[in-house]
Design a protein around this ligand. Structure first.
Ligand code: SF4
Length: 371
């Protein structure tokens, strides 16, 4: 599968691709109209098809009154799948879903319960990851492949259905809803930016499940050109989270190979141009690694980086994984970083660790913990 191309004389050439066919689940409503028109089905069927695929999550043959058009659409396109293999629950209520893609490749998505019967889904964008961050289990897997836009959407729908069927049997008084998405699972969401962009457009689009842009967060290690495109495409409506993890380039390069390519000065320049509508702030993720990125000098540099940015530093206590070269910080060590940053005028908060018992916490996703 190649990344989506953007040009060419074929009017459908710019559409997302899955298994060498048009990626039906990855099409926005407008793209679906274009494709149906081109295939002779007619634009008029777009609402029915889009609703069937995205709201009712039906197969083409199940879509009401589609008749022979179902076959025509199937000839030209492919509907991506993300099959639920199993799920494991941590004592804190976090559930890790193991999903299988068409080629047997497996990914993990994590459901995090929130207040008022809401769930956040931590979404994976790749099988493994090429970024090789030293503090992350996924980084040790290498990159196997990137999900198509449709596979990304299918993953969200699988989790959506899981929440609906597992928790909503007891009647409408106790309905649980998947309302928030964080693209922070396996993979770097901006590595193949086109696919993430397509999937987000579908998930946020008005004819589908209509996730609220305010409730969607995209994380990145700091791939500057893709960050710039993301800023333009979503105008700050979708939350951006930068994996900062150090205040100095030399420290950052030791734990994040990608930092050699995109230094902090360039990242800051990019963040300064990122639009922040209303009271929105940038999220700066900071995994606390004792003895690595918690020195006073490092915190001084973080404060310097944050000067002039409307940002919140989110401290993540390091979550251990097999053969990891770091240890988890004690509570006191995390608090010291929190206090140190606040004393330097940097707004920050500590992320509550969840799902660690089943290897479902931040940085632990590597297809383990199902025993
Ligand atoms: S932290 Fe994110 S970008 Fe870094 S290796 Fe892990 S999955 Fe990849």
């Amino acid at each position: 599968m190649s990344p989506c191309s953007e040009s060419g004389s074929d009017p459908l050439a710019s559409l997302p691709v899955h298994l060498n066919k048009t990626d039906l689940l990855g099409l926005t409503f407008e793209q679906l109209e274009l494709a149906l028109d081109h295939w002779g089905v007619g634009k008029g069927q777009a609402k029915r098809v889009f609703r069937g695929l995205h709201v009712k999550q039906q197969a083409l043959t199940e879509i009401e009154s589609l008749g022979r058009h179902a076959q025509v659409i199937a000839q030209h396109s492919e509907i991506a799948q993300a099959r639920l293999v199993t799920a494991v629950k941590s004592p804190d209520g976090t559930e890790k879903l193991l999903l299988e893609l068409y080629d047997g490749a497996q990914i993990e998505a994590v459901l995090l319960p929130m207040r008022r019967e809401r769930y956040t889904l931590c979404v994976s964008t790749q099988v493994g990851c090429a970024m090789a961050c030293a503090f992350c289990a996924t980084g040790t897997m290498g990159l196997k492949r990137t999900l198509s836009a449709g596979e990304l959407v299918a993953q969200v729908y699988q989790a959506f259905q899981y929440v609906q069927t597992k928790f909503n049997q007891s009647g409408p008084q106790d309905q649980k809803v998947l309302s928030h998405l964080v693209l922070m699972g396996m993979g770097e969401p901006l590595h193949y930016y086109e696919r993430t962009r397509s999937a987000l457009k579908v998930l946020l689009g008005q004819h589908g499940l209509c996730f609220s842009a305010r409730k969607v967060t995209v994380s990145t290690v700091g791939l500057v050109p893709a960050m710039q495109r993301f800023s333009q495409d979503f105008e700050g409506r979708v939350q951006l989270a930068l994996s900062l993890h150090a205040g100095r380039d030399e420290t950052r390069q030791k734990i994040m190979p990608v930092a050699k390519k995109w230094p902090l000065a360039l990242l800051k320049e990019t963040l300064l141009k990122h639009p922040l509508p209303g009271r929105r702030v940038l999220m700066l993720e900071y995994v606390v690694l004792p003895g690595v990125n918690d020195s006073p000098e490092e915190l001084d540099a973080v404060a310097e980086f944050c000067t002039g940015l409307r940002a919140l530093v989110n401290l993540i206590p390091f979550n251990p994984f097999k053969n990891s070269p770091f240890r988890s910080p004690t509570e006191a060590e995390v608090l010291a970083v929190d206090q140190g940053l606040k004393q330097r005028g940097v707004p920050c908060s500590i992320r509550v660790t969840r799902g660690r018992e089943k290897s479902g916490a931040c940085g632990q996703l590597a297809i383990e913990g199902y025993a």
